[in-house]
Design a protein. Structure first.
Ligand code: SF4
Length: 328
């Protein structure tokens, strides 16, 4: 019988799920993803996770708790590095232990380390270890599964770069076309942007107000890389680099009317990166810029007020822009 592997819907689920799903299915495992975040999942996450953790890590604990009696194994990879010469964030490295020692009665955790700090072979090593741990020892089968997983990932990433939501691509839903006068850049980690429960349906709130958006995930990684080369120092945190590179690109883009930075309270990387982006926004770009900070206590009413205020800033900019001469 195929082993059932639980995949918590959190953290890099929104980046890597098609890859993981294809690889595991190809080596004969059955996948059990947790559902979209609900109040109960968030509450369990808050109950079992340490207080100081960021919101996405708490939510992840809730998803692991949801899956505790629904799978034979839980896949919580130890993501040390996913790009050569860069780390992600220490929370990704410690996630298997945090979950293992906080949430009771979990099935066995598959915690293979993915470490591509020195080379991309770090991923191959992790895939072999994962397959061996599940009793699959045929190297040809593992290599073939890895190849298919990579193709699935490329096709997924291609659709996201075209402007589709990762959730729609994963769930096979048709793309949504949004009409609106303004287009904003949405800078954030994918697990904040695409978890509509924790971000209080931010994407829908924007579209209901006639605001289109381009997210960090929709910016080509080559552009992000290029923009980060302009920085005085090399960024060695992959997740912070994505935020800074996409923010600089979006602020510079004439089709973007303003930039929203969605950030998790108590995220060390965001506090640093946010300061940096804000400094650039105020100094070099004359576009509306706003930081939206969320945690498990953020209320809908206050959040709506912030979005309305941002919309007013956009409207003000459009009005003022008509007073400018066509050549600036
Ligand atoms: S980058 Fe920030 S939000 Fe993401 S896991 Fe690390 S601390 Fe949490």
């Amino acid at each position: 019988m195929a082993a059932k592997i639980g995949i918590p819907r959190g953290m890099y689920y929104y980046k890597h799920f098609p890859f993981t799903k294809t690889f595991l299915t190809e080596i004969g495992a059955e996948i059990v993803p947790s559902p979209e975040t609900t109040k109960e999942i968030l509450d369990k996450g808050v109950q079992y996770c340490i207080d100081d953790a960021c919101l996405p890590v708490k939510v992840y604990h809730g998803h692991a708790h949801y899956l505790r009696d629904k799978a034979d194994f839980l896949l919580i990879p130890r993501l040390t590095s996913i790009s050569k010469g860069e780390y992600i964030c220490p929370k990704f490295g410690g996630l298997p232990e945090m979950v293992k020692y906080s949430v009771p009665q979990l099935p066995r955790i598959l915690d293979v380390e993915v470490n591509m700090l020195r080379s991309r072979w770090g991923l191959d090593k992790a895939l072999y270890r994962l397959a061996y741990g599940l009793g699959i020892k045929n190297p040809f089968r593992i290599r073939q599964a890895a190849g298919k997983a990579l193709s699935a990932h490329r096709s997924f990433k291609g659709r996201v770069l075209e402007g589709h939501s990762p959730n729609d691509v994963i769930d096979g839903k048709p793309p949504k076309y949004i009409n609106g006068r303004d287009t904003v850049g949405l800078v954030a980690h994918p697990y904040l942007l695409y978890d509509s429960y924790i971000n209080m349906n931010l994407l829908n709130k924007l579209t209901e107000r006639g605001i289109r958006y381009v997210t960090t995930e929709m910016v080509d990684p080559h552009i992000i890389e290029q923009r980060c080369m302009e920085l005085p120092k090399r960024m060695f945190w992959s997740s912070g680099k994505e935020l800074i590179g996409s923010a600089l690109y979006l602020m510079d883009n004439s089709r973007i009317d303003g930039v929203l930075f969605l950030t998790a309270f108590s995220c060390g990387i965001d506090s640093l990166v946010g300061e940096f982006i804000e400094k650039y926004a105020r100094r070099d770009y004359r576009k509306p810029f706003m930081v939206l900070n969320i945690d498990e206590h953020t209320g809908d009413a206050g959040f709506n007020t912030r979005i309305e205020a941002f919309k007013d800033l956009l409207n003000g900019r459009c009005k003022d822009a008509t007073d400018l001469s066509s050549h600036g």
